[in-house]
Design a protein around this ligand. Structure first.
Ligand SMILES: Nc1ncnc2c1ncn2[C@@H]1O[C@H](COP(=O)(O)OP(=O)(O)OP(=O)(O)O)[C@@H](O)[C@H]1O
Length: 233
């Protein structure tokens, strides 16, 4: 059984009289420990897929599975627990609490889940061992994103979901963050999903899922994914 599965998933948004079919019958699988790149142009439905996979939104029909559980059947309380314990989130704009230090930001996340990793160790792992007691405003964008990644990993989640994780960063810093995500997958066996509009990122994924107009237009497995430090865009 695959680690993650989307089975004929549909999502219709209804605003007043207008219905938007954001996702129109999407099927894909993800294996444990894979680095997956979900790519597609703006408006294709990537964020909708991420929101359903992350338990922030529900599908209109179809089935979504993670690690043997059908999350598309979860009720509100089960989804709250799922978001807290099973998923680590990394967003474009870091979303750190400004009046807490790096290590306090990471501890904040680990306090709400049942089997957290050590906050200081997570910061050391992302290369911030010497910046733990800095506030976000004292850190660069790339460093703040590293704190956000440490915060997500400290939850010891089943899945790390990253929505445009390099979107706010310059080229070189963005590449370093991709490398960190790839290393996290390789070295810790973590399943990592990166959502992006940037097709250049396709080459680093073990699996690439291309979304266009609410459907999957291509699924590809890279036998030899490119090391993130070597990609160019
Ligand atoms: N809450 C909502 N209500 C109504 N329509 C929505 C809602 N969220 C998304 N949509 C629509 O669903 C479609 C897919 O949007 P989505 O945000 O998933 O695309 P995306 O690929 O993530 O795009 P981007 O890269 O620009 O974020 C779009 O047509 C969008 O307008």
């Amino acid at each position: 059984m695959p680690f993650v599965e989307f089975e004929n998933v549909r999502k219709v948004y209804q605003s007043g009289e207008v219905k938007v079919e954001a996702i129109r019958g999407v099927d894909f699988t993800i294996n444990k420990g894979e680095l997956v790149v979900i790519v597609g142009p703006s408006g294709a439905g990537k964020t909708t897929v991420l929101n359903m996979l992350g338990g922030m939104d529900t599908c209109t029909s179809g089935n979504i599975y993670l690690d043997g559980s059908e999350i598309s059947k979860y009720n509100r309380n089960q989804l709250i627990r799922y978001r807290r314990e099973d998923i680590g989130f990394v967003f474009q704009f870091y979303n750190l609490v400004q009046n807490l230090t790096a290590v306090e930001n990471v501890e904040l996340a680990s306090q709400i889940c049942k089997d957290p990793l050590d906050a200081e160790k997570c910061l050391i792992d992302v290369g911030l061992g010497d910046r733990m007691h800095n506030f976000p405003s004292q850190l660069s964008g790339g460093e703040q994103q590293r704190v956000a990644i440490a915060r997500a990993l400290a939850k010891n989640p089943k899945l790390l979901l990253c929505d445009e994780p390099t979107g706010a960063l310059d080229y070189k810093t963005g590449k370093n963050i991709l490398k960190l995500l790839q290393d996290t997958c390789r070295n810790n066996g973590k399943t990592v999903v990166i959502i992006t509009h940037n097709s250049a990122f396709e080459t680093i994924g073990d699996r690439v899922i291309r979304i266009n107009s609410g459907t999957v237009s291509e699924i590809r497995e890279n036998q030899n994914p490119m090391p993130a430090e070597r990609i160019e865009w």
